[in-house]
Write a protein that binds this ligand. Structure first.
Ligand code: DQA
Length: 145
C-alpha cells in the first residue's frame, strides 16, 4: 500500500461556486471523493490537503515526503511559486500537475509554470475528470514499480 497525495492550492476550496463557467460545478469534496475511489480501489491510501497559504502547502509536503506519488493543482501558485517547486523537487515525489481549465487557452501569465518541467506530466482543461485520469495514471504507475 502506497501513500498518494492530493494537494490543492489557493481558492480551490471554493470550487463549485467559483467561476463555474471556467472551473465547472464539481466541489473540491466531489473531486476528492472521485480520486479517493480510484486510489483506495487500487489498495492505496489518499492524503488530501488544500490551503490558501503557500507556507502551509510547503510544510504539508515536507511532512508527507514519504509519499510515493502526488496529484498537484497548485492553482495560482503554479505560476509564481519557486518555494513550492523547491519542495516538490526536494521531496522527489513523482507528481502530475493538474489544472481544471486549459491554462494555455487563457491569459499569458497562466502559460508559465514553475512545476511542469519537474512533473511526470500535466493535465489541463479536462475539468474534474482530469484529477481522476491523473489518479488512474498514479495507481498504474505504482503497479509497475
Ligand atoms: C487552475 C488554473 C490557475 O491558473 C488558476 O490560478 C487556478 C486554477 C485550474 O485548475 O485551472 O486557481 O489551477
Amino acid at each position: 500500500m502506497a501513500k498518494i497525495l492530493l494537494l490543492n492550492g489557493p481558492n480551490l476550496n471554493l470550487l463549485g461556486e467559483r467561476e463555474p463557467d471556467i472551473y465547472g460545478k464539481a466541489t473540491l469534496s466531489d473531486i476528492e471523493a472521485d480520486v479517493r475511489k480510484v486510489v483506495e480501489q487500487a489498495g492505496h491510501a489518499l492524503f488530501s490537503f488544500q490551503s490558501n497559504h503557500e507556507g502551509q502547502l510547503v510544510e504539508w509536503l515536507q511532512q508527507n515526503r514519504d509519499a510515493r506519488f502526488a496529484l498537484v493543482n497548485a492553482a495560482s501558485l503554479t505560476h509564481t511559486s519557486i518555494a513550492l517547486r523547491d519542495s516538490l523537487s526536494l521531496t522527489k515525489i513523482p507528481f502530475i500537475e493538474v489544472h481544471l481549465s486549459n491554462v494555455y487557452k487563457r491569459e499569458a501569465f497562466r502559460h508559465q509554470s514553475y512545476l511542469a518541467d519537474i512533473a511526470v506530466g500535466v493535465v489541463a482543461g479536462l475539468g474534474a475528470a482530469g484529477y481522476s485520469f491523473a489518479a488512474r495514471y498514479a495507481v498504474d504507475h505504482l503497479a509497475k514499480d
